[in-house]
Design a protein around this ligand. Sequence first.
Ligand code: 8YV
Length: 315
Amino acid sequence: MTKSRILQIGPLGGTPGADAHLTQNYDILAYWQAEDKAAILADAKDVEMIVTSAGAGCTAAIMRALPNLKVICNWGVGYDSIDIDAATALNVKVTNTPDVLNDCVADEAMGLMIAAARRIAQGDQFVRANEWENKKDLPLGTRVSGKNLGIVGLGRIGMVIAKRASGFDMNIQYFNRNKRDDVTFEKADSLVDLAKWSDFLMVATVGGSQTKALINAEVMRALGPKGILINIARGPVVDETAMTQLLASGELGGAALDVFEHEPTVPDALKLIPHVVLMPHQASATHETRQAMFGLVLENIQAYFAGKPLLTAVN
Ligand code: 8YV
């Protein structure tokens, strides 16, 4: 049986074995490995499917180069790196990997919050550097239990974070474009109001142009010198330059970040601030979740080639 052809934009290295599996079962045109991009696109004129990742994305130019393109299967829940308007205009369906990563992303979000508040990363460095043995003191941390948690973007992941935080007796408010009717948490009137009320501000919104620099200097000033910002969404949602300055000046209390504006580059100024926790975009990075994400990509691929409805189309 001839293998179905797929243009793959970037490697799915975040799931061990994923690329090998695709190559075994499909005729993969590896865009990222091709030296001559124009030639690989010319060769892909008959291709109906693109597979990509949230990191690699897909431009409108690539979509337009494939006249038979019908579907883009994205490894990742966030599809801000895919030109979704262009896809929709070209009648191309885009699928993502929702829900399967909610638990692990929420777990890491809680871990980051606690790590920043209780200086866990800092304490680890402190012990390794023999500062404990040398009778130095790690500065006191901040209590988490019972505090106010503001969630920016109470969506699928935000809801799981809220569930976890309820177990820590935290009070929860949120800010969304629209009020949710299925929750009893209060919706703040504005982001600044939410930040003022919050001890911890958790960013769990979608990325993309509509949320760019949503967390600006005014919001971070409202969170204040005792407040801690956690970002597990997308780097550009936070004004990184403003955040770095406010952290350095003490106008913002702390931050725990899984995502950055120009990944994998992290500003040196941020690396120098000891009470900031930095993670290299790992919120979904567990064996279980990464396999489940790839499983959902495969189910969408198989459904398309079997003429069945896509499982998780976003447009
Ligand atoms: C991945 C993510 O780590 O699902 C997403 O949108 O950001 C993460 O699960 C990311 O896709 C890695 O490129």
